[in-house]
Design a protein around this ligand. Structure first.
Ligand SMILES: [Zn+2]
Length: 76
């Protein structure tokens, strides 16, 4: 996949952990594949990952466990 910013290098596939919100409640998806441009850091979500996020947000996928962590909120 080519970077949308027009960088010469092709984007790399990485696995990330991301927080999404389902009905106002945070959910974490771990092992989600994303494309990242090694040059500019631009991210794009593969269609496969978008489908997974959609399934999670629609409640069509069962959670594997609970996740909780300290929250650091930056006040500006
Ligand atoms: Zn780029």
């Amino acid at each position: 996949m080519q970077c949308p910013n027009g960088c010469d290098v092709s984007m790399e596939t990485v696995q990330v952990e991301r927080i999404f919100y389902r009905a106002g409640e945070p959910v974490v998806i771990s092992g989600l594949e994303m494309y990242v441009c090694p040059d500019c850091g631009c991210e794009a979500m593969p269609l496969r990952s978008a489908r997974i996020v959609e399934n999670v947000l629609n409640g069509r996928m069962e959670p594997a466990g609970q996740f909780s962590a300290p929250l650091f909120q930056l006040v500006t």
